[in-house]
Write a new protein. Structure first.
Length: 188
């Protein structure tokens, strides 16, 4: 299946436009083109990027690190490429944002048409919400200070004894971030 992407670094630029359903972001990602070098990432100017691409806003999401082993995506689809401040990126998804500044633990719908695969023997980090649903951490950031979980939420980790697949190849993913800007996918 190829080399694991667990721990690989990347960055994203989200170009936001307003739709009848609310703010929608087109997500561009440096993976697998480059590892989001600090000197290029730190020089990005969100306001200039938004103006250049006629977006109401540009959101800089990174640097981030993958926590799954592999991403399965239909290779027959030609992905649009853009360069932001010297960082080459591929269009990876569209996100209907819950607001222009989504609060932690707020669900956003992501149209990514992908399967995230976590190999057996790999650690996974999970949130359990008050409704008993499990959210699996897909990426993390190291630039935010830790906070506290909201009432009724629990955090845990475990080592997988078999492969775990989060298949959103035909449905929109349910994704949220915690107060540390780590991203989680709903385990359906």
């Amino acid at each position: 299946m190829g080399e694991s992407i667990f721990g690989k670094r990347y960055g994203e630029v989200l170009l936001v436009r307003l739709t009848e359903q609310g703010p929608e972001a087109t997500v561009y990602n440096t993976f697998p083109l480059n590892d989001c070098p600090d000197e290029l990432w730190s020089a990005l100017d969100a306001a200039a990027i938004a103006a250049e691409h006629n977006a109401v806003a540009a959101l800089l999401n990174g640097p981030r690190f993958w926590l799954m082993s592999h991403i399965e995506k239909d290779g027959a689809i030609e992905q649009e490429r853009k360069t932001f401040g010297g960082l080459e990126m591929l269009r990876q998804a569209t996100v209907l944002l819950s607001s222009m500044n989504p609060a932690p633990y707020t669900v956003n719908e992501v149209d990514r048409k992908a399967v995230f695969v976590f190999d057996a023997g790999q650690p996974v980090y999970e949130l359990h919400d008050p409704d008993g649903r499990t959210w699996v951490m897909q990426t993390y950031r190291t630039t935010v200070e830790p906070g506290a979980l909201p009432q009724g939420w629990r955090y845990g980790s475990r080592t997988l004894d078999r492969e775990l697949r989060i298949d959103t190849s035909t449905v929109k993913a349910q994704v949220l971030q915690d107060d540390q800007a780590n991203s989680y996918s709903l385990l359906a």
